[in-house]
Design a protein around this ligand. Structure first.
Ligand code: CO
Ligand code: CO
Length: 421
């Protein structure tokens, strides 16, 4: 069962006695209490009164301690908001001698309609079988090195080695493979279809085993008995030996013809200088304007220092699929109608924020936090709350928020993206 749902049910049980009374500013003893009490009174029913819950019968204390904003939510949270987190740690893992793979799709996280993700490990020499699929595949190397191959519609071969922080992108229908090099590797794959399944791709062995043998033999211009050794069960991920030098593989694959351009399907994201860097962290954006193959999937890699904050913003063009690479943090999504929910995130979690829903991400730990923002879109776009409010007639903003002209003039006019610590 989804741990977010479990945590939310626990929270609701613990606060049910308190529902129906709202925190009142009158009598608040401190400024903090006054702010707390003043924050939630409009819209949907508040979920709590800012009171720390007691728990005489603790269940699963490890999970509870990892989710402080579920157990004791900020008083600004209100109403029912669909879960927007699913940890890879609770996803089914398919394990072979060559490596393993697990996925988070719409079946696990029902709001994730546009994108799905796979976390995969390949041992040294381990091969993700030659295959293709309908959606596009975007990959991020988490650790180690891999050799990737593809052949494009012009028949040009692509062979490249990718390492930690590099990305690759195989457009829908382009056949490809991934192989672990010395030491093996781990990576993340993102597909531009939430309904995708890594266990239902078009595999070369599976295809051959489900095609009349004489048709395969004629198509490959081979005698039928040559096909006797083709494995009868699909390989998916299987053990093999580490391939030789890249240049040798490239030459052999091209066979005298010109290959695809060297970086047709790969991109060195880690070597790209940050688009934005503040004392709070940095962000690198890669979309089709920089990496042509990434025509349907845009991405941003965000690093937050301890205390760092990805500013309040939303994305007007697409849903955001997130993968948390390192660290711990929290995120609140406001869904309109007075509803909001805060969820804690940590390395290995998937998050999902629907198009135009405003959110922030805050590093709540004492180590660096890193995450990917992914979009089913050719371009990365966002709107910042600060930039929106600072580029309006100040009187109009003051009429709404009563901040005063001096405060309004202090709001940054440029997107901070990451608020300095
Ligand atoms: Co694939
Ligand atoms: Co965002």
């Amino acid at each position: 069962m989804n741990p977010d749902i479990i945590a939310a049910q626990m929270t609701r049980r613990s606060v049910v006695a308190g529902l129906g009374t709202m925190a009142l500013a009158a009598g608040a003893a401190s400024l903090a209490e006054a702010q707390l009490a003043a924050s939630p009174p409009s819209g949907s029913h508040p979920m709590n009164e800012g009171v720390k819950p007691t728990d005489p019968f603790p269940q699963n204390p490890e999970l509870t301690s990892q989710n402080p904003n579920a157990w004791s939510p900020p008083p600004t949270d209100a109403g029912d908001v669909n879960a927007f987190r699913y940890p890879f740690a609770v996803a089914h893992n398919r394990v072979t001698r060559g490596g393993w793979g697990r996925q988070v799709t719409i079946r696990d996280l029902p709001i994730s309609k546009d994108l799905a993700g796979v976390n995969m490990r390949l041992e040294a020499g381990g091969i993700r079988e030659l295959h293709w699929h309908v959606p596009a595949e975007w990959g991020f190397m988490i650790q180690g090195d891999a050799r990737v191959t593809a052949v494009d519609t012009e028949g040009r071969s692509f062979v490249d080695d990718v390492g930690k922080g590099d990305i690759f992108n195989f457009p829908g229908g382009i056949p490809h493979s991934i192989q672990g090099l010395e030491g093996g590797c781990e990576f993340l794959l993102v597909f531009d279809d939430g309904n995708f399944s890594e266990f239902d791709t078009f595999l070369i062995t599976d295809w051959i085993n489900h095609t009349p043998r004489d048709v395969v033999a004629r198509s490959l211009n081979l005698p039928g008995q040559t096909l006797d050794n083709v494995p009868k069960k699909d390989l998916w991920i299987f053990a093999s030996s580490v391939p030789g030098p890249l240049e040798e593989d490239r030459r052999a694959a091209a066979g005298g013809a010109g290959g695809a351009p060297a970086n047709a399907y790969s991109f060195r994201m880690s070597r790209q200088s940050p688009d934005k860097r503040t004392k709070g962290g940095e962000v690198r954006i890669v979309d089709s304007t920089r990496f042509k193959a990434s025509a349907t999937i845009a991405s941003a890699l965000v690093t937050l220092e301890p205390g760092g904050l990805r500013e309040l913003h939303w994305h007007p063009n697409a849903d955001e699929w997130q993968y948390f690479v390192a660290g711990t943090g929290r995120q609140t999504v406001f869904t309109g109608g007075g509803k909001a929910r805060t969820i804690d995130f940590r390395a290995g979690d998937v998050g999902y924020v629907q198009k135009s829903l405003p959110h922030y991400i805050e590093n709540t730990g004492n180590t660096q936090m890193m995450f990917l923002e992914m979009f089913k879109a050719p371009r990365y776009t966002d709107i910042s709350m600060a930039q929106w409010l600072s580029r309006l007639p100040p009187g109009l903003v003051d009429a709404h928020l009563k901040l005063g002209a001096r405060a309004i003039a202090q709001i940054p006019r440029e997107k901070m993206v990451i608020v300095p610590v």
